[in-house]
Design a protein around this ligand. Sequence first.
Ligand code: ADP
Ligand code: MG
Length: 508
Amino acid sequence: MTIIDKRIFDQKRLIPGVSGYWEVVIGMEVHAQITSKSKLFSGASTTFGAQANSNVSLVDAAMPGTLPVINRECVHQAIKTGLGLNARINLKSVFERKNYFYPDLPQGYQISQFQKPIVGEGKITISIGPDKDGQFEDIEIGIERLHLEQDAGKSIHDQHSSMSHVDFNRSGIALMEIVSKPDMRSADEAKAYLTKLRSIVRYLGTCNGNMDEGSMRADINVSIRRPGESFGTRCEIKNVNSIRFIGQAIDYETRRQIAILENGGIIDQETRLFNAEQGKTYSMRSKEEVHDYRYFPDPDLLPLEFEQSLVDGLKNALPELPDDKKKRFIAEDGLTIYDASVIVTEKAIADYFEVIADGRDGKTVANWVINDLLGALNKAKLSIEETPVSPEQLGSIIDLIKQGTISSKIAKELFEIVWNEGGNPVEIIDQREMKQITDINAIEKIVDEILATNQNEVAQIGEKPTIADWFVGQVIKATNGKANPRIVNVLVKKKLNLLYDSMHSNIG
Ligand code: ADP
Ligand code: MG
């Protein structure tokens, strides 16, 4: 038995079968639409949702005599993405024709890159966890390549009973195909990989990562093997368009392949589709071979060449990426790995956090952003861009707690008011008399009243250990949560001690 994998198989990722364990192997090809105003080889607009066939130039429609001209911006975007994937940038790459017929492909071929892609090998790090001990595991996933290619148009079959329609708006839009190595070993790793990839391109501004608009689509290659053995035959699940579906598709596909092999069958290498309603994959076609496409260099385009200085310039202008941000938040703002990971998943969340954390305690701000803000956004199905509570408002709420003006319990109520009604938190607590009561004499009066009206409980002093907490709770309740809990605590304990002593000296 030879272990050909750089990752020694890992017990906790193995899947039990009828006769021993299996390991799943996953590699992903992701099509990411480049953020650019115009298409890869034409000046037509890339606006999403435009009227059908309104963003189509003569080049996109493959009119005779037209010629493709490379869009410089798309090349820059691909280089930036390659840099974000820690990958080698190839100063010379070649566009080739991938030949096939389909009604949504007017040229009869797709211009793509094959033997010489613009970006070579790279890697990204995914973080899996936390496990039950709160630990995270960082895993490196290899990138095989990134190449530039044209998108196809879209066939529409549900507009007419006997005819199909085709919309060429998408044809010729620039895509980056990002191919991973077969380095993933579970559905969780595959989901983490795509999440990380999406986060990186969004930080870079090279792809908007919107999977539901089709701006990012994943083909997932899945095979299984006995731990330590060589790779098995893979099936490719095409165009999965959400991260949740990726997990479901892999789980289903793994079970399907295990059942076949355990029943003495063999896996056909094929292309499959995932049906989200049924949660199943089904066969679409047997796998095409590379030679079927008769790739050859496109005679209309020169090899793509640029200088190292262009790469260096783009590299110097790269924004801070999630991994670096995470390290900085841990080192400088005192965040835990978990908190930092959550906050950097989206650039907009990290930006929001940074506005508030400036001059405030990072850990406190992270708690509010993660538990309260993200929790509420999740519940309301809103994105961070749509948040009703601005960083300035949340910052002001946090300051009010720090100054002792409100308790953290009241702060939660204040957050809800700001969420629902907007407004300046400082003015709201004034208008609604939500300020914390810190006046010792005022609190003492209330403590005395509560003691006087609860003689049964007073009798339990010294017998029931929780009685002090009960009195603290009553006092806070009597002030609608506004009494400063620290002061209430001290006063209640002092009074109970006095009462206890006097009760015992009476008996004695
Ligand atoms: P193609 O375009 O024919 O699908 P590639 O050779 O570029 O071909 O591979 C596509 C993807 O399949 C890559 O992401 C790679 O990591 C993955 N892959 C290769 N072998 C396996 C395997 N045995 N199991 C799972 N994934 C695999
Ligand atoms: Mg493929």
